[in-house]
Design a protein around this ligand. Structure first.
Ligand code: UD1
Length: 360
């Protein structure tokens, strides 16, 4: 079996890591295509190095651009890159423009497509990610969903026949990296002289929070008003949008600005934090798995289990954010509810399902 993984943005490299290891262990021929959506070393190369992912076999070098230009450039490049690889499966990950482009390119070339992290929904069609994931699910032949809730969403859209629940591959990596870094101090604690459990770790990069100047200002102001230090890891989109809108991205009040972190450093920094404040999907779940309370600056989440179990709160910028960020720790979930994202072996199941569903 030959599987071609197409990745391009930071969270996809994290998901690729356990899948690449499971493919290697099972003796599967695995080809990696990097679209080039993310190209800064701190958003791309460090993930390959730190997580032991083989270097991409093909790099499309597409780079940044508007949705149409970026997705279109990837489509055109994949039209050329995919046919010579004679893939049994094209495996696409998550919900970025790279995901949609790869699914669309492959399905039109009649190459079977599997979507990893299928079935997640925010039901907010203003989010580019929601459009990407819905269209990818409907183009794909095999839907590998992380949760029972994901399977329900797919069934409601008439896609039950191609759905398999495999668990969450990000949980696989998180559990391994947590065990690797649990004894080491967090780099942000050392650099900013912060005590254990005294700070919140923040990331803000979603279009909904960064594209409008007023909203962006309100989010940063709220972070600055939290009653304890808040370290924001500044994603390039946040930096670019602050510059575009003339919003100052500087340490003020409780807010401390820090460059993005490599994955093991991010996990160590979250592990020793008193809270996480974010609009990222992955970090909400990572906070839950590390049992760090999370405050999510969005009206909806795809990871509903984190909210239902009391570890995540959805807020608007302003008083609600400030108050949620200093709320007390919730109670531990009951053992029966404690593992909604699987047992840390999802990637092995992904390989098994690709093998079992190999088109004739
Ligand atoms: C993308 C995904 C988002 C995901 C995020 C993870 C889409 C629609 N969005 O958002 O779902 O949560 O990745 O990080 O695919 N930039 C750089 N260097 C880079 C990459 C980007 O400076 O290496 C800057 C550029 O100014 C660029 C902006 O960030 O225009 C946005 O990058 P883009 O790839 O369009 O989307 P993200 O915001 O990173």
């Amino acid at each position: 079996m030959r599987v071609v993984s197409v990745v391009g943005a930071r969270p996809q490299f994290v998901k690729l890591a356990p899948v690449a290891h499971a493919m290697a262990a099972a003796g599967v021929e695995h080809v990696i295509i990097h679209t080039g959506q993310h190209y800064d070393p701190m958003l791309s190369d460090v993930f390959f190095t730190d997580l032991g992912i083989p270097a991409p076999d093909v790099h499309l070098g597409v780079g940044s651009g508007g949705h149409g230009a970026q997705t279109g450039a990837m489509l055109a490049a994949l039209d050329e890159a995919l046919p010579p690889l004679s893939a049994d499966w094209v495996l696409v990950y998550g919900d970025t423009n790279s995901t949609l482009a790869a699914a669309l390119a492959a399905v039109k070339l009649h190459i079977p497509v599997a979507h990893l992290e299928a079935g997640l929904r925010s039901f907010n069609r203003a989010m580019p990610e929601e459009i990407n994931r819905v269209l990818t699910d409907h183009a794909a032949d095999l839907l590998l969903t992380p949760t029972a809730v994901g399977a329900e969403h797919l069934a409601a859209e008439g896609l039950a026949g191609s759905t398999v629940v495999v668990g969450d591959v990000m949980t696989d990596v998180l559990l391994q990296v947590r065990d690797r870094v649990s004894g080491s101090p967090s780099p942000v604690m050392e650099e900013l002289s912060l005590a254990e459990g005294s700070y919140s770790l923040a990331t803000i990069h979603r279009a909904e929070n960064t594209d409008d100047a007023g909203r962006l200002e309100a989010v940063l102001d709220s972070l600055a008003r939290v009653d304890h230090p808040v370290v924001i890891l500044a994603h390039p989109r946040l930096v670019a949008k602050c510059a575009e809108h003339g919003v100052a991205l500087e340490s003020r009040g409780s807010l401390l600005i820090h460059p993005p972190l490599a994955y093991p450093d991010l996990i160590a920094s979250a592990l020793h934090a008193r809270g996480v404040i974010t609009d990222s999907g992955g970090l909400q779940k990572e906070a839950f798995l590390l049992r760090v309370p999370c405050t999510t600056v969005r009206p909806q989440t795809e990871w509903v289990e984190t909210v239902e179990l009391g570890w995540n709160r959805l807020v608007e910028p302003g008083e609600a954010l400030v108050e949620a960020a200093s709320r007390p720790r919730p109670t531990e979930p009951r053992e029966a509810d404690a593992h909604p994202y699987g047992d840390g072996h999802a990637a092995e199941r992904v390989v098994a399902e690709l093998t079992a569903h190999l088109p004739g």
